[in-house]
Design a protein around this ligand. Structure first.
Ligand SMILES: [Zn+2]
Length: 108
């Protein structure tokens, strides 16, 4: 079972824990996407007026970050926690940007 991590509340919706931690394909940049309004943010410190379309932060699509990247986010003060209240159709709701790459990175 894949675990999805949240890094806090969307500054637009202000709904608890809706900012989903994602990793942009190609740039490998971690970013956040609101599960409700679908706005994307560069960090949990972003303000409401810093909302970006997800295509701007992840033009090639995105994946669920692997354990190493999640650790990085936590160490960087993003405070990632497991999202527990996901609908069964959460993947479909993430849309076509979600790439099929495995959430678990191979050991280096
Ligand atoms: Zn939102």
């Amino acid at each position: 079972m894949e675990q999805v991590y949240s890094c806090g509340d969307c500054p637009v919706c202000k709904v608890l824990g809706d900012l989903m931690l994602l990793e942009a394909v190609q740039s490998r940049t971690l970013f956040l996407r609101c599960f409700r309004c679908e706005g994307a943010f560069e960090s949990p410190m972003s303000r409401a007026d810093e909302l970006r379309p997800v295509e701007a932060l992840a033009p090639q699509g995105f994946v669920l970050p692997g354990p190493e990247r999640i650790r990085e986010a936590i160490d960087g003060g993003w405070g990632a926690t497991v999202m527990v209240s996901l609908d069964t159709d959460w993947k479909a709701r993430l849309g076509p940007g979600l790439r099929a790459e495995s959430a678990v990175e191979p050991p280096r």
